[in-house]
Write a protein that binds this ligand. Structure first.
Ligand code: RFL
Ligand code: PHB
Length: 397
């Protein structure tokens, strides 16, 4: 039996789930098709930093109960180079704004539970979309595989591909009109989860010795740490002793020691920047990582996915309730303007904090001078802080 919904959403990540909640608030029906199981979606370790506006949106949508109880508000971050630490007071530099450190999979657990409670059956897990059809006409559909292995069909008015970088949505925009911009960096991140108490009250973005490292947190007893590595490294190249040695030297500063603990998760991720344009073809819309990737140094990926679907939900609401397609026509340009700002900031943070394999002593000093600029210039510090806590969402007109 074919199914029908107003907005068919491919992918149950931050983009798909926030969109489903925003549409429900606007009285619009949606169905999410997700390739993986619910346990896999809720167990994948990824982002950790929510912008000021994203945390506020969770509250506005009534989804912030657990976040407010368990997550920490961070009103500052620390930058470190040449063994010196610089505290950047985000709140003082941005008129009181801060970020919330709350793991992406915890956000997903909260959004999945709330969505299924409000609309049982509105997320189909283990139901991968295989193709979209009819996007240039008025009756698009998503063809998918059912959890039982059969062929499914979802008829809808609009399709949103929120299916991540490796999804099928982007490829449905004809190659003749699709533009892709991007670069891959010559370094990756080794990420680890550690059972240990906090070593420092805020996130530390450090660049010293062999390159970048990041001290983040998940809870009072679980810490999240990253260090720059060769993107081709197998995780086995990083035994625990090597990880602690590298983190120890890259985060070293007088009178402080990193508290070690049991490492219980390790992964290597590549760093890339990518933008696809336009974000719309007929009745198909791209949102989140399906359309763009940022290197994680700016903590922007999840936040950008949320900004996309906020703009898209308003446009869909206007089209569906008022028959006014102007927001849908403007979606790609409006969302991409913010995407390019996040690309700029993410590339800036990445270049400033990583040691390029071909880096000369001159290049190193230039990067350090950039960091010193932030210490010396309130204007430079303010620019970093404003971007880190999140640029305002596009205004609703
Ligand atoms: P997602 O999260 O990749 O979700 C896409 C979903 O679509 C499903 N899917 C399909 N479903 C049905 N049919 C198909 N054919 C499908 N193909 C795929 C997938 O199974 C998946 O469930 O994309 P979305 O929603 O656009 O969200 C993007 C964010 O997940 C991503 O940008 C962030 O995780 C990036 N990121 C960070 N972002 C931040 O804002 N702050 C951070 O602190 C931050 N840290 C990070 C990060 C990403 C990292 N990694 C692992 C890349 C740290 C790391 C280490
Ligand atoms: C994280 O806690 O996973 C995290 C924090 C900051 C980043 C990236 C990832 O920039």
């Amino acid at each position: 039996m074919p199914r029908r919904t107003q907005v068919g959403i491919i992918g149950c990540g931050p983009a798909g789930l926030f969109l489903a909640h925003l549409l429900a608030r606007a009285g619009i029906d949606s169905l999410i098709l997700e390739a993986r199981s619910r346990a896999a979606v809720e167990g994948t370790i990824r982002a950790g930093v929510l912008e000021h506006g994203v945390a506020a949106l969770m509250q506005e949508l009534g989804l912030a109960g657990r976040m407010l109880r368990q997550a920490d508000r961070h009103a500052g971050i620390t930058l470190q180079w040449r063994s010196q630490r610089l505290h950047l007071d985000l709140a003082a530099l941005t008129g009181g704004k801060a970020v919330t450190v709350y793991a992406q999979h915890e956000v997903l657990k909260d959004l999945v539970a709330a969505r299924l409670a409000a609309a049982p059956g509105s997320i189909l897990f283990e139901a991968p979309a295989r193709a979209v059809e009819g996007i240039e006409g008025d009756h698009p559909a998503i063809l998918f595989e059912t959890a039982e292995g059969g062929a499914g069909r979802l008829d809808c008015d609009h399709i949103v591909a929120a299916d991540g970088f490796h999804g099928i949505g982007r490829g449905a925009i004809p190659a003749s009109i699709r533009q892709e911009y991007g670069k891959t960096y010559p370094y990756g991140w080794l990420g680890v989860l550690v059972e240990a108490p906090r070593s420092w009250p805020e996130l530390i973005y450090a660049s010293q010795g062999d390159g970048f490292s990041l001290l983040s947190t998940r809870s009072p007893t679980v810490q999240r740490l990253y260090l720059q590595c060769d993107p081709a490294d197998p995780v086995e190249a990083w035994d625990d002793a090597r990880i602690w040695r590298e983190l120890g030297s890259r985060l070293a500063t007088d009178g402080w020691t990193l508290t070690q603990g049991k490492i219980f998760q390790k992964s290597v991720i590549p760093l890339r920047s990518f933008v696809c344009a336009p974000l719309r073809h007929g009745r198909l819309f791209l949102a989140g990582d399906a359309a763009h990737i940022v290197p994680p140094t700016g903590a922007k990926g999840l936040n950008l996915a949320v900004a996309d679907v906020l703009v898209l939900s308003r446009a869909l609401s206007r089209a569906i309730h008022r028959g006014d397609a102007s927001g849908l026509d403007a979606y790609s340009d409006t969302a991409l303007a913010r995407v390019w700002q996040a690309q700029r900031f993410s590339a800036f943070m990445t270049r400033m904090l990583h040691r390029d394999p071909g880096e000369t002593p001159f290049d190193t000093r230039l990067r350090e001078a950039q960091l010193e600029q932030i210490a010396l210039s309130p204007a430079a510090a303010t620019a970093l802080a404003e971007n880190y806590v999140g640029l305002p969402f596009p205004a609703e007109d």
